[in-house]
Design a protein around this ligand. Structure first.
Ligand SMILES: O=P(O)(O)OC[C@H]1O[C@H](O[C@H]2O[C@H](CO)[C@@H](O)[C@H](O)[C@H]2O)[C@H](O)[C@@H](O)[C@@H]1O
Length: 305
């Protein structure tokens, strides 16, 4: 199935397009000049990145929602296709690979179901690799996120707002409003913001039609990426690797920034419309992500590295 065909088939099955409101950052053509397609410019991108980092190994880090699965109205139905699973599997057989998601770690695993890669859940607060695991389970903030009290009380608070939904991500909570009527969204946001004022250990970040309630600590997807690169599973030091990170949402920007700080790597944003981003390259949607992953695995198998 071609790219266009697969996208159309997703739409026909009632899934949403991955398109989100466009930031005012000029035309798509001028945006693509600043963030070239990682697919169209694959050979050039790999040549430039490898030349700048001789002898270093590629490692692959991936977001889940909107990157490996299309955005859909029901978060529990955000399945990845078999074709995507196979592409991730092939990449993970070639390079150390991890998924860093806002979701609960076990939930991401249930979607992906691959044992040859590492999983970091709750925006990187819950990481497990064969050699290391970092949980904020003893952290003072933890009890207030995981004892279910906030979720229960918040559910009570927003129960009158039709379509609002809360997802427990263990160390974080997502308040979804994709299915809330436009005119009710501000009401929902205001209700959640004033409720959370009583919990000053938490902050709220905005994702794609979701409010992400996270512990107010110095940890994000960027710190999680750095943590993973420092484990033996990923080379023991960010000095030894070229990190490829692919993500579509605001929290992924922290990982793009971390790659910029390292000074080497391939940060790729998934977006079909121009947006502000720290990423250097782009892909339009999960279907292009899949094609990119297959190309990366092929490149490795053909010995280009
Ligand atoms: O870091 P991620 O893996 O991208 O997780 C971020 C949030 O993703 C999920 O929500 C998003 O995808 C849903 C399914 O397509 C969609 O219904 C929702 O509107 C999106 O915001 C996940 O459900 C959240 O818990 C994550 O925080």
């Amino acid at each position: 199935m071609g790219h266009q065909d697969e996208t159309e088939s997703w739409k026909a099955r009632g899934h949403e397009d991955n398109r989100e409101p466009t930031d005012d950052v000029g035309s798509h053509t001028s945006w693509l000049e600043k963030h070239p397609s990682a697919l169209d410019g694959f050979e050039d991108m790999m040549m430039t990145s490898m030349a700048a980092a001789k002898g270093k190994k590629i490692v692959v880090l991936l977001d889940y929602d909107g990157t490996l699965s299309h955005i859909v109205p029901d978060p529990d139905q955000a399945f990845m296709t078999e074709a995507m699973r196979s592409a991730v599997d092939q990449v993970a057989n070639c390079f150390p690979t991890a998924i860093i998601s806002g979701r609960r770690r076990d939930k991401v695993y249930d979607f992906v179901k691959l044992d040859n890669l590492c999983y970091a859940g709750s925006h990187g607060l819950d990481i497990s690799t064969p050699s290391a695991s970092s949980k904020y389970s003893n952290h003072k903030h933890q009890s207030r996120t995981t004892d279910g009290k906030i979720k229960k009380a918040l559910e009570e608070e927003i129960k009158g707002i039709e379509g609002a939904m809360i997802e427990d991500n263990t160390f974080c909570i997502s308040v979804h409003y994709r299915c809330v009527k436009e005119e009710k969204v501000d009401n929902l946001k205001g209700t959640v913001e004033s409720f959370m004022k009583a919990y000053d250990n938490f902050r709220i970040s905005e994702g794609k039609k979701v409010m992400e309630i996270r512990p107010k600590i110095d940890w994000d997807k960027g710190r999680a990426l750095q943590y993973l690169l420092d484990t033996p599973d990923f080379g023991s030091s960010s000095n030894d690797v070229i990190p490829v990170f692919i993500g579509d949402d605001k929290t992924d920007e922290d990982a793009f920034k971390a790659i910029k700080t390292i000074g080497r790597g391939i940060p790729i944003v998934v977006s079909s419309t121009p947006k502000e981003t720290e990423a250097s390259y782009s892909l339009r949607d999960p279907t292009e992500v899949m094609r990119f992953l297959l190309q990366l695995a092929k490149w490795m198998e053909e010995g280009s590295v």
